[in-house]
Design a protein around this ligand. Structure first.
Ligand SMILES: *Cc1c(COP(=O)(O)O)cnc(C)c1O
Length: 396
């Protein structure tokens, strides 16, 4: 039983005796009652051998943690209140003052902003590296580097990096005699796009995989949650201790929504993947469009690496307009769309779009001159979405 679509449904969850329902129970608690003072003193929240307080887990959140770990092919999972909180938790668990973190220049914007605004104020330095150039990562690694973030593909511009090559650079540095830190430099992947379905983060070498469960695992555009998964007990313990200290709990109702979403996740991923690839090919042929960025399209940056490492692609594509389309015209295009709504996030049922100013977000050179619109393809009919894009392109 190796296929995730089966694993996500047939999971070794044990239901209460005599109540063999398909769905797990929804437990909600702040207080958990102990039978005696001795039990209160002895119960261990660190190893999930018992329940101590709602913030540290309930049967419902433990069940979701097990399923997300299974989805990612990892051993340990910690849930947090958003995808961004998962990134922040890893940063806070691993970085101390005087350390440095390396982040891809094309990473999820708020992950970069956390380093720039908060970590820097705690005397934790950061550098942005070009994820499409392992030599740039090698040049930026130094004795202060404790953590290297990876993201596949890049946010908005969707370049697919060579993750094994980037991990190899970090591992080689860890083996050199310059490495004094007992943990070496840790690699953490923002795996929201792959979602545990397009590739296995741990086979490609990451030490930690984080996801915004807000996206595919939920699938409903109605819940915010994040996860941190690892196979490494020492790393898990560090993350878990930090999690407990910062008070990042998730609610039973939110966990229930994600558990429900997991049942249909593999199907949704495949359907949205197929629809996105069809629309990407169609958009590429439109006279207003200079380039379509999607890792499955030959010529899109990192296409060969995507082909080597992935079995699918998520529901994101970006279109770069020809330079004669001013920002005003691109904005008019976005405003003219009827089915595609303007809004952040992705992997929900409704198709979305957002125009971005890429040069303002990046330090690494950007080869296109035209403006970019990032689309998230939902679960509507492909023909209807195509017709919507066509009418708005005529207005632009
Ligand atoms: C959405 C997203 C996040 C943040 O998730 P939230 O739950 O919205 O905080 C992090 N990384 C990536 C790649 C994302 O797409």
């Amino acid at each position: 039983m190796s296929d995730p679509s089966t694993q996500l449904i047939h999971h070794p969850y044990t239901s209460p005796a005599g109540f063999e329902a398909v769905a797990p129970g929804v437990h909600k608690a702040s207080t958990v009652i102990f039978p005696s003072v001795a039990a209160l003193r002895n119960r261990d929240w660190k190893h999930k051998t018992g329940y101590t307080y709602g913030l540290h887990g309930t049967p419902t959140t433990f069940t979701l943690e097990e399923r997300i770990a299974t989805l990612e092919g990892g051993k340990f999972c910690t849930l947090v209140p958003s995808g961004l909180a998962a990134v922040v938790l890893v940063d806070m668990a691993l970085l101390k003052s005087g350390d440095e973190v390396l982040i891809p220049d094309n990473a999820y914007g708020p992950s970069k902003a956390f380093a720039q605004a908060e970590l820097a104020a705690w005397d934790i330095s950061f550098q942005f590296y070009d994820a499409m150039n392992p030599a740039d990562l090698a040049a930026k690694l130094n004795r202060k580097t404790r953590l290297v973030w990876l993201e596949a593909p890049g946010s908005i511009t969707l370049e697919f990096p060579d993750l094994p090559a980037l991990v190899a650079v970090v591992k080689a540095n860890n083996q050199s005699d310059k490495m004094a830190h007992p943990l070496g430099t840790v690699t953490a992947l923002d795996n929201t796009w792959g979602a545990g379905l397009a590739f296995n983060a741990f086979w490609l070498g990451a030490d930690i995989s984080v996801q915004a469960l807000t996206k595919y695992p939920s699938g409903g555009a109605d819940v915010l949650m994040g996860s941190v998964v690892t196979n490494d007990e020492v790393l898990h313990h560090l993350v878990h201790l930090c999690h407990m200290r910062v008070g990042y709990g998730v609610s039973g109702n939110d966990a229930e929504l994600v558990l429900r979403g997991l049942n249909s996740m593999a199907l949704r991923y495949a359907a949205q993947d197929a629809a996105t690839q069809q629309l990407a090919v169609w958009l590429q042929a439109q006279p207003q469009i200079a380039a379509v960025l999607h890792p499955a399209l030959p010529g899109s940056p990192g296409h060969d690496t995507w082909k080597r490492d992935c079995t699918g692609a998520a529901c994101l594509l970006s279109a770069v307009f020809k330079p004669e389309f001013t920002q005003e015209r691109i904005d008019r295009f976005c405003d003219s769309l009827q089915l595609f709504k303007l809004g952040y996030s992705w992997a929900g049922p409704m198709s979305l779009c957002v125009p971005y100013d890429v040069p303002a977000m990046r330090r690494t050179p950007w080869s296109h001159r035209g403006g970019l619109v990032r689309f998230s393809i939902g679960l509507e009919s492909v023909a209807d979405l195509r017709a919507d894009l066509a009418q708005a392109l005529l207005i632009a």
